[in-house]
Design a protein around this ligand. Structure first.
Ligand code: 5RP
Length: 229
């Protein structure tokens, strides 16, 4: 809990952050065109994207990265398909927990990073939407993980600096945990985590996966371009 700060300041901060999320999400909704196949991310920033997309009444087909996103999207009249039947997406839009200036991301605060990474890698363009509190100079722990239940004790022993999250299993049965050690060079950590048997997926997303980041900052939306956008 934030102590020593008046409630009014805290409320204003929350409102400002929500406005930044909404601005970034609404800017991203404008990137969607009729006929596209679109990947929908998960989280409170994406919660602003879904109504903005629904208001455009486009003929699009979507896949969702979580049960929650799928339910909300369907309630808003957005067509959602099973991802097992879709091998290509034009665009995926998702939030992030940390965004570094060089394009590295940390995702998975909402435990959906495995599905989010699969959806992002399937899309021609992966657009990240973030409020300005997500910007960091250097990525830091915790880095979300999804672990295989089979052999969990062995995986935890080998990873050493990992905490199992007090959270339900992923929709694919994985155990949600967080790597709590130093991050250092994200390329090295990413390849170590990715190469550790028992790790289903981790929440480090490299700049090569990111087309652009739309950052809500104050009243503006900044666009940071990375690969091919
Ligand atoms: C879920 C995610 C989210 O995109 C990330 O946690 C950001 O969430 P929010 O938009 O609520 O800040 O990776 O697994």
């Amino acid at each position: 809990m934030n102590q020593g700060r008046p409630h009014t300041d805290m409320a204003r901060e929350d409102v400002d952050v929500a406005r930044e999320k909404q601005a970034a999400a609404e800017a991203a909704a404008l990137l969607v065109e009729d006929g596209m196949r679109v990947g929908l991310g998960t989280g409170s920033t994406v919660a602003f994207l879904l109504p903005a997309l629904a208001r455009r009444h486009l003929h699009i087909r979507c896949v969702a990265t979580s049960v929650r996103t799928e339910e909300v999207a369907r309630d808003l009249g957005i067509a959602v398909e099973q991802f097992s039947d879709v091998d290509h997406l034009d665009l995926a839009i998702d939030g992030a927990d940390q965004v570094a200036r060089d394009g590295w991301l940390v995702k998975g605060g909402g435990a959906a990073h495995t599905r989010e990474k699969l959806v992002a890698i399937t899309a021609d363009r992966f657009v990240v939407i973030a409020d300005s509190t997500k910007l960091v100079d250097h990525l830091h722990s915790p880095i979300p993980l999804e672990l295989l239940q089979f052999g969990l004790a062995s995986t935890l022993r080998r990873l050493a600096t990992v905490t199992v999250r007090d959270a339900p299993a992923s929709p694919d049965g994985g155990v949600i945990a967080d790597y709590t050690g130093p991050v250092g060079d994200p390329t090295i950590l990413s390849s170590w985590l990715g190469g550790t048997p028992g790790v289903v997926e981790h929440g480090l997303f490299p700049p090569e996966m990111v087309s652009s980041v739309l950052v809500g900052r104050g009243g503006d939306v900044e666009t940071w371009r990375f690969t091919g956008d």
